[in-house]
Design a protein around this ligand. Structure first.
Ligand SMILES: Nc1ncnc2c1ncn2[C@@H]1O[C@H](COP(=O)(O)OP(=O)(O)OP(=O)(O)O)[C@@H](O)[C@H]1O
Length: 341
């Protein structure tokens, strides 16, 4: 097998459908989502609350809450020197996925305090993560843990080693969670809103840290956020989700400067721009994201879309219009434009 190229896919999600069978009906949280994370690349998944970003991320590692289930699609994991593995076909509780979780793919979540146990010191939890994946003595694990704490920017790591999560700030806890995630040298880090619960200054520091670690290790990142400011800071590529599907994907500059989908344009119109002065016009997207059990016909965004064409957008499922290798939008208007040309 030839050596991996930086642009080779590491993770390929195609046609993923993750549904929740509830007493009220089927919640189609993810309904045909496709995205690719190339090697050494940060892909940000954006969209309003409830669009299926977290469920997509959690589906990769089989961490979907009950009664959620992957009902269709593939999640191809391309391991170096091995055949790709379809993670969607593995049992969420089976040994294969358990060994990939935390070893090849690590995840950090929004609430670092809740992810750490209050019963054990952070040092013990870090050592346990190291010893779970590496055959090392206690002394070796301790010295590796101290190194990791230094790497994630924790001052005086010897002192913090014996601290409990409730004695540390949110930002400090998130650094510890990142250290635990890095303990196994993952090829992919999935970060689900890792800075949302933190104050703005701490957010910026954690983003810088993740960027530095990515540059240093070459790991890929799948970064979930609803914050386009964070996207501008960290993304190489962007995937825009709406109601369980991917409506647009592209390079970060393409998304910010040449958005194709009306939903992406609306999201961008709702954030303040630096240097645009106090008179800039900010727009909010009218209405709310419908619940996935109440999915509109045709294009799911049409009831909120200023460009929607009656009789077309409310009827036709929008096809994916491909503009380039990692560039596409799912909008009937672009499909029409293309057929006219
Ligand atoms: N355990 C569950 N049971 C039923 N529905 C669920 C469950 N978990 C998630 N959902 C539904 O799936 C949809 C997608 O949720 P998801 O958390 O992926 O959205 P999100 O885009 O990550 O939003 P947020 O930014 O608020 O986390 C939502 O409508 C949510 O209500």
């Amino acid at each position: 097998m030839p050596p991996p190229n930086e642009r080779d896919p590491l993770l390929e999600i195609s046609g993923l459908r993750t549904h929740f069978s509830t007493r009220e009906g089927t919640v189609k949280a993810v309904d045909g989502a496709s995205l690719t994370v190339p090697r050494a690349t940060t892909v940000c998944v954006v969209g309003e609350s409830g669009c299926g970003k977290s469920v997509t991320a959690r589906s990769v590692l089989g961490l979907i809450d009950h009664p959620g289930k992957i009902v269709a699609g593939e999640i191809r994991w391309h391991r170096t020197d091995r055949e790709p593995l379809d993670l969607a076909a593995l049992s969420p509780t089976g040994p294969e996925l358990r060994s990939i979780r935390g070893r090849e793919i690590a995840m950090v979540f929004q609430e670092p305090m809740a992810s750490l146990s209050p019963m054990y010191t952070v040092g013990d939890q870090l050592m346990e993560a190291i010893r779970l994946h590496k055959e090392v003595t206690k002394d070796e694990a301790r010295s590796m843990a101290l190194d990791l704490l230094r790497r994630v920017g924790i001052p005086r790591p010897e002192q913090r080693f014996g601290a409990y999560s409730f004695q540390l700030s949110g930002g400090m806890c998130q650094r510890i969670m990142i250290a635990i995630a890095l303990a196994c040298d993952p090829a992919l880090l999935i970060a689900d809103e890792p800075t949302t619960a933190l104050d703005v200054t701490t957010q910026a520091r954690i983003i810088d840290l993740l960027r530095d670690i990515q540059a240093e290790t070459g790991m890929s990142m799948l970064f979930i956020t609803h914050d386009l400011g964070v996207v501008a800071e960290i993304a190489d590529e962007v995937v825009v989700m709406y109601l369980g599907t991917v409506v647009e994907r592209g390079g970060v500059d393409e998304i910010f400067h040449d958005a194709k989908h009306p939903y992406t344009k609306a999201l961008l119109g709702s954030i303040p721009r630096m240097g645009a002065g106090t008179r800039q016009r900010l727009t909010t997207i009218r209405g709310n994201v419908p619940h996935p059990s109440d999915r509109p016909s045709g294009c799911p965004f049409h009831p909120r879309c200023g460009d929607a064409v009656p009789g077309l957008c409310d009827v036709e499922e929008p096809p994916e219009v491909v503009f380039g290798p990692a560039r596409s939008a799912r909008c009937v208007l672009h499909a029409m434009e293309r057929s006219v040309r």
